[in-house]
Ligand binder design. Structure first.
Ligand code: SF4
Length: 424
C-alpha cells in the first residue's frame, strides 16, 4: 500500500497517501542555465510536479543556486560518487538530493551529507540500481537479483536510521520489469518510507513507455509507489512527463487534461481516422479540463460505448456526426468534423460548461444516425459489451453463492488500488 511516512519536497508531499507525484530529469548540461531552465519550464508546463537535475561538476552545483530560485517546480539534485557535491547541492537550496549511499565514499561521508540535510530540513532520496549494488551483494545479484536489490535498499535504510534520519524516500531500480515489480513489492512490505518508482534505462519512447506502463502500472495498481519517473531515450523530458500522466490517468489515480477515447478501427472504417485522432489529440493539449472526447470510426454501433463522453464524433465516408453525452448534436461533412467538434467544445465553455443544442441540427443528426446505425452488426464493441455482461453475470452469481464479496465501488476511489482519486 502507499507508504506510511510522508516527506515534503519543496512543498510537494510524497507518500503517506499523497497523490502520486510525477517527476522527470532534465537532459541538458545543468550549468547551461538557459537550456536547463527552458527545459524545466517545458516539463512543468507538461505537468511535472518535480524535476531532477544531474550535478556531476562544481559548475553544476554553482548553477543550482539560480535554478532553484527560478524553477517553477521543486528541484532535486542528482549526485553520484562525490559527497562534496551533495553538500554543495544542499547548500545551494536543492529541495531534495538523490544519492546512492553505496557509491558516495563510505558511511562517514554519507553521515556528513545526512547531518547537513538534517540541519537544513532537506529530504534525501536514497537510490539503489541493479547496475551498482554494493560489492558484498554482487554474488547474490547473480543468483537472486530481487533479494540483492532489496537487501541493498534495506542496508541503506538501516544506515539512515542509525544516523537518526528518516526524512527520505527510497528507489530501487532495475532494467528488468519483473525484478522491479518483485523487489518493490517486497520492499513496500518491509519499510514505511515513500517509494520512488522507475524502470531504469527503459528504452525508446515506444518500448520505454510500454515497459514503464507495465512495470509501474502493476505496482501502482497494487497501491505501491509514491512518485514516478519514466526514463526514456529522448532529449525531450516533457515526453516522459506525458507518459507518466497517461499511466496515472489510465489507473484513475490522478486526473489532468482531457481524456481521448478512440475506437481501434476495423474494416467498417471509411475515413482517415489516424489523421483525425492525431489532430484532435494535438488540439486537446490546449485544454486543461478533464473532458472526455470520443472518436468512433463508424456509426454502425450508434453512439454505443461512447455514451458517457462529453463530446464525440463518429465518421463515415462523406458525412459524420457530433454528439454529446449520448445525444446527437449535428451532422457535418467529414472534412469539417474536427473543426466543428472544437467549435462545439468552445461553445460549451463559453456557455459556462453547458452543452448548447440546436434542435433542428440535432434532429437531422438523429435521422442520419438512424440511417447509418446497424443494430444487428457484431462489432468489436458489441462483442466486448457482451463479454462484459457475461462476466458481470458470472460474478453476480458467484457473489450470490457467497464466493465473492460484493464490493460496491466508491466513485471517489480508484477501482484498482483504492487510493483516493485526486485532481491535478
Ligand atoms: S465497428 Fe467499432 S472498431 Fe470498427 S470502425 Fe466502427 S466504431 Fe471503430
Amino acid at each position: 500500500m502507499a507508504s506510511e511516512r510522508q516527506i515534503n519536497v519543496g512543498g510537494v508531499l510524497i507518500g503517506g497517501g499523497a497523490p502520486v507525484a510525477v517527476q522527470t530529469m532534465t537532459k541538458t548540461e545543468t550549468a547551461d542555465l538557459e537550456a536547463t531552465l527552458g527545459q524545466i519550464a517545458r516539463v512543468a508546463e507538461a505537468g511535472a510536479d518535480l524535476v531532477r537535475v544531474a550535478v556531476p561538476r562544481e559548475k553544476d552545483a554553482e548553477a543550482l543556486k539560480t535554478i532553484v530560485r527560478q524553477s517553477p517546480i521543486p528541484v532535486i539534485a542528482d549526485i553520484h560518487f562525490n559527497y562534496t557535491l551533495a553538500l554543495k547541492a544542499l547548500d545551494a537550496g536543492a529541495h531534495c538530493v538523490r544519492l546512492n549511499p553505496g557509491n558516495i565514499g563510505g558511511p562517514e561521508k554519507v553521515a556528513q551529507v545526512v547531518a547537513r540535510a538534517k540541519e537544513l530540513g532537506t529530504p534525501l532520496r536514497i537510490g539503489v540500481n541493479s547496475g551498482s549494488l554494493p560489492a558484498h551483494l554482487r554474488e547474490l545479484e547473480f543468483t537472486d537479483p530481487v533479494q540483492a536489490l532489496v537487501a541493498a535498499a534495506l542496508g541503506f535504510v538501516e544506515l539512515m536510521e542509525s544516523l537518526d534520519f528518516t526524512n527520505f524516500k527510497v528507489s530501487m531500480k532495475s532494467t528488468s520489469v519483473p525484478n522491479t515489480i518483485a523487489s518493490n513489492r517486497l520492499l513496500s512490505q518491509r519499510i514505511p518510507y515513500p517509494l520512488h518508482l522507475g524502470i531504469t534505462e527503459a528504452g525508446t519512447k515506444w518500448s520505454g513507455s510500454l515497459k514503464s506502463a507495465v512495470g509501474l502500472g502493476t505496482l501502482l495498481a497494487d497501491g505501491i509507489g509514491d512518485t514516478i519517473r519514466i526514463s526514456l531515450s529522448t532529449f525531450h523530458a516533457e515526453e516522459e512527463v506525458k507518459v507518466a500522466w497517461e499511466i496515472l490517468k489510465a489507473l484513475k489515480l490522478r486526473q489532468r487534461g482531457p481524456v481521448l477515447i478512440a475506437c481501434p478501427t476495423c474494416g467498417r472504417l471509411q475515413f482517415d481516422m489516424d489523421t483525425v485522432v492525431a489532430e484532435i489529440e494535438r488540439r486537446l493539449e490546449a485544454y486543461e479540463d478533464p473532458i472526455e472526447v470520443s472518436v468512433l470510426g463508424c456509426a454502425v454501433n450508434g453512439i454505443g460505448e461512447a455514451r458517457h463522453a462529453d463530446f464525440g464524433i463518429t465518421g463515415a465516408k462523406d458525412m459524420g456526426m457530433i454528439y454529446s453525452r449520448g445525444e446527437p448534436l449535428k451532422k457535418v461533412p467529414t472534412e469539417r468534423l474536427v473543426d466543428e467538434l472544437f467549435h462545439e467544445i468552445d461553445r460549451y465553455y463559453a456557455a459556462g460548461k453547458k452543452v448548447v443544442r440546436d434542435e433542428a441540427d440535432a434532429a437531422a443528426a438523429r435521422q442520419w444516425l438512424a440511417e447509418n446505425e446497424d443494430t444487428s452488426a457484431m462489432t468489436p464493441e458489441r462483442m466486448a459489451a457482451l463479454e462484459a455482461q457475461a462476466a458481470d453475470a458470472e460474478s453476480a452469481q458467484a457473489s450470490e453463492n457467497g464466493m465473492l464479496p460484493a464490493a460496491p465501488l466508491d466513485e471517489d476511489l480508484s477501482p484498482v488500488s483504492g487510493r483516493r482519486f485526486t485532481r491535478a
